[in-house]
Design a protein around this ligand. Structure first.
Ligand code: IP8
Length: 272
């Protein structure tokens, strides 16, 4: 029988301190790896793909060298290569944390599987990834700089990648693990009275996104809006039953509780 697949996106804001360039959150990385191991050992997750954000390892050099604008000048190529290098160091750091708890992750690079066209995925080949998954390794892959047939190169976000994987691999669950409990009605970092929105109907996401634009509200980190915009591309999947949840993994236990069906603070994206 086909195993039920979970795609989990570990956000860059969870895994790194985004306020300090090149700063991993080592204890959070360790506890996240431990918790995922328990979920697999206890059968709460049958089959798994892990997508990671690059947080303070990727965004600072990308912005510094304007790599998000695409290929403009050969002078960008060395900084591009150095950015890939430092992000790869972060990928290895994550790999080691998963190895320490005994998880056979298989580090893969989206830039070797995807051709983008104006920042959208145009051609995708997940065949090797599917093969690695089928024999029991856990594909680990994250945000990357992609070859772009129009822009030369462009940034491929891990959030979009997670949705694409959930789609192509017919996942049962899509989980976004973050440093906050979900989507709030105001910025929880500046407004202690902000309340968590427990359910968002996928058909209301456009309205929620518009609210973020007009009011600057609901957007805890700037990245949250992009995340929700990525989730909105999963509308068809969510209508068909993809269980989509945003939760915090800053403390150990939330993921286990969610998968056991316990009540936790989180935002579920549902289809009424
Ligand atoms: O952290 C961005 O991926 P994300 C990729 O998932 C780079 O948004 C290289 C900045």
């Amino acid at each position: 029988m086909k195993k039920e697949l979970t795609v989990i996106k570990l956000g860059g804001s969870l895994l790194t301190d985004k306020s300090k360039p090149y700063t991993p959150r080592k204890s959070v990385i360790e506890s996240t790896a431990r918790e995922i191991k328990v979920c697999l050992d206890d059968g709460l997750i049958e089959s798994l793909v892990i997508v990671h954000g690059v947080g303070s390892f990727g965004h600072p050099p990308v912005l510094e060298h304007k790599l998000h604008m695409g290929f403009k000048d050969p002078k960008q190529l060395l900084p591009l290569s150095k950015t890939q290098h430092i992000v790869n160091e972060f990928r290895l750091m994550l790999t080691e944390a998963f190895h320490k708890v005994g998880l056979p992750v298989n580090l893969l690079h989206p830039s070797s599987m995807i051709v983008a066209e104006k920042m959208k995925f145009a051609k995708v080949s997940f065949e090797p990834l599917k093969g690695w998954l089928s024999i029991g390794t856990i594909p680990l892959l994250g945000g990357d700089v992609l070859y772009d047939s129009v822009m030369g190169f462009s940034i491929g976000s891990g959030d979009i990648l997670a949705v694409e994987l959930a789609n192509q691999l017919e996942a049962k669950r899509l989980i976004f693990a973050m440093d906050v409990a979900g989507i709030y009605d105001d910025n929880p970092q500046t407004n202690p009275d902000a309340s968590l929105i427990c359910d968002i109907d996928i058909h209301d996401i456009a309205r929620v996104l518009e609210g973020m634009q007009q009011l600057g509200r609901l957007d805890a980190s700037g990245a949250m809006k992009g995340k929700l915009a990525s989730v909105s591309t999963a509308m068809g999947l969510i209508e068909e039953g993809l269980e989509t949840t945003l939760l915090s993994m800053m403390d150990y236990g939330n993921l286990i509780a969610l998968l056991k069906g316990q009540e936790i603070d989180c935002t579920r994206i549902i289809s009424r």
